[in-house]
Ligand binder design. Structure first.
Ligand SMILES: Cc1cc2nc3c(=O)[nH]c(=O)nc-3n(C[C@H](O)[C@H](O)[C@H](O)COP(=O)(O)OP(=O)(O)OC[C@H]3O[C@@H](n4cnc5c(N)ncnc54)[C@H](O)[C@@H]3O)c2cc1C
Length: 451
């Protein structure tokens, strides 16, 4: 047991899970969080009320013995339920069998479980309503403001792990360093959350075990189930142009738009216009930066280092995988003092950066898949053939979506194999619109040679 102190900035998903990992190694962890304690105050948990949890996140939770408790918060989603313009439904399973599923989880419920476990089982100290204002990177200190009384003070307990999300103060401070590479690429699309209420008996009004999608080409609506019978619905739409958040400027225009584009969803949200103008419109972007660390004093984790757009449902999963990998980097040799931490931070960044770059790219591609390609018969045919090839070559050919969601191969490897597999599928299908003419001898050869 080390007894060494560690400071974490941000008690969100990454900060609170990493606190558990580090406390289990004997470190004394203090977490400083700008927001009030969500267990005591009725605050929204932040962006997105619920999230899709998949294998990578589950793996990281399992490692610290949390999966059993988390499983009580989960609703299985077995596939995509597509809603077309005439409210016809079609179901596309996510995986090749019943085990290949993802889960909907409440962000608030999950975050509270992590806070409770860290605090009660591992002695982690949380100080809420303490906002990081600035950092002195060479000195290894941060200036904080106590929101309750406005008092400012300095914390210089290094190492300092910045889990302060996509708007990270520490990353922005690092980005002022000469030669520092940092980019925040925001989409021209934004999102707004809405709710489909539960039935009077607390039931779900539409299929509970699916992620619902209303794909409409340039925009889409999705809905994820909640345990209380409600659904959290998200509209993804351009900020300006037609249609856009800009053109949906009156209750009539919103209702009209939903009547034309999402008539069955409109019928489930009687107070749509009220919700639409009460709930905020959120931005989505990808964060790229390098390095993620400053000596042995500071390191970025989770969205602070690599925020991604939400279309692969992997931001939290990647942030949880960070915690798992960070812990593995410590396990290589107990870090002592700044030099020891510098080694851990460097190793962590080396392992993670190529992979988080890969998931960033795949998440961007998945937006087109969700809002558009899922409607295309060629897309389904490729999916069918991919599953057939997986059945025949389970160790070699695994669809990219499955590699990302149900396996643990590094994201960069999933991306690399995904490109080759797409080429093989295209070559095997040619211009056919059925699988009848697939040449499996050729498949055998291509897979042996290329995968
Ligand atoms: C619409 C939407 C849907 C999403 N859906 C999914 C999904 O289905 N699956 C998935 O895996 N991911 C999803 N994500 C991504 C996921 O939300 C993030 O990747 C995840 O929250 C990252 O965790 P984090 O702890 O790094 O950051 P955050 O969760 O943002 O936590 C950062 C914490 O730092 C605190 N903080 C910020 N600034 C300061 C400061 N100056 N001082 C002190 N504290 C500070 C914040 O209050 C917060 O508590 C989605 C994101 C969005 C926007």
């Amino acid at each position: 047991m080390s007894g060494e102190r560690i400071t974490i900035l941000g008690a969100g998903l990454a900060g609170s899970l990493l606190a558990i990992y580090l406390a289990r190694r004997g470190y004394k962890v203090e977490v400083l969080e700008a927001r009030p304690d969500m267990r005591k105050t009725d605050i929204s948990a932040g962006r997105s009320i619920n999230l899709a949890l998949a294998n990578r996140g589950i793996n990281a939770l399992r490692k610290v013995g949390l999966y059993k408790a988390v499983s009580e918060l989960l609703i299985t989603m077995r596939g995509r339920m597509l809603h077309d313009l005439s409210a016809e439904l079609s179901f596309q399973p996510y995986g090749k069998n019943d085990e290949e599923v993802i889960y909907s989880v409440s962000r608030g419920g999950l975050n509270e479980l992590l806070l409770n476990t860290a605090e009660h089982d591992h002695g982690v100290i949380f100080r809420f309503e303490q906002r990081v204002m600035a950092a002195d990177l060479p000195a290894g200190s941060v200036r904080l403001r106590d929101i309750n009384n406005g008092r400012e003070y300095v914390v210089d307990q290094t190492p300092i792990i910045a889990a302060d999300g996509a708007g990270s103060i520490i990353r922005r401070q690092m980005s002022k360093l000469p030669g520092y590479q940092s980019r925040e690429d925001y989409l021209t699309h934004a999102y707004k959350e809405l709710t489909i209420p539960a039935t009077d008996h607390g039931g779900h009004r539409i299929e509970a075990h699916a992620l619902h999608i209303w794909p409409r080409g340039d925009y889409m609506l999705i809905a994820l189930p909640n345990l209380d019978g409600s659904f959290t619905v998200t509209l993804f739409l351009a900020r300006d142009g037609t249609p856009s958040f800009e053109t949906l400027s009156s209750p009539e225009s919103v209702i009209d738009f939903f009547k034309q584009q999402f008539p069955d969803a409109l019928a489930l949200m009687p107070d749509l216009a009220d919700q639409f103008f009460t709930n905020p419109t959120g931005a989505m972007g990808t964060i790229y930066c390098q390095p993620w660390r400053f000596g042995g004093n500071f390191v970025l984790v989770g969205d602070a280092a690599h925020g991604v757009v939400p279309f692969h449902g992997q931001g939290m999963n990647a942030a949880f995988e960070d915690c798992y990998e960070f812990d593995r980097c410590i396990a290589v040799g107990t870090p002592v003092g700044a030099r020891g931490w510098e080694r851990v931070f460097a190793e962590f960044e080396t392992r993670r950066k190529p992979n988080t770059d890969a998931i960033a790219a795949m998440a961007l591609e998945n937006y087109v898949e969700m809002r558009d390609s899922v409607r295309d018969t060629g897309f389904h045919l490729k999916k069918q053939l991919a599953w057939e090839l997986e059945k025949r070559y389970p160790d070699k050919f695994v669809p990219r979506y499955s590699l990302v969601m149900f396996h643990h191969v590094p994201y960069a490897e999933a991306q690399r194999r995904g490109i080759i597999q797409q080429e093989i599928l295209t070559q095997l299908l040619g211009n056919d619109d059925t699988m009848d003419n697939v040449d499996y001898a050729l498949a055998d050869k291509l897979i042996a040679e290329r995968l």
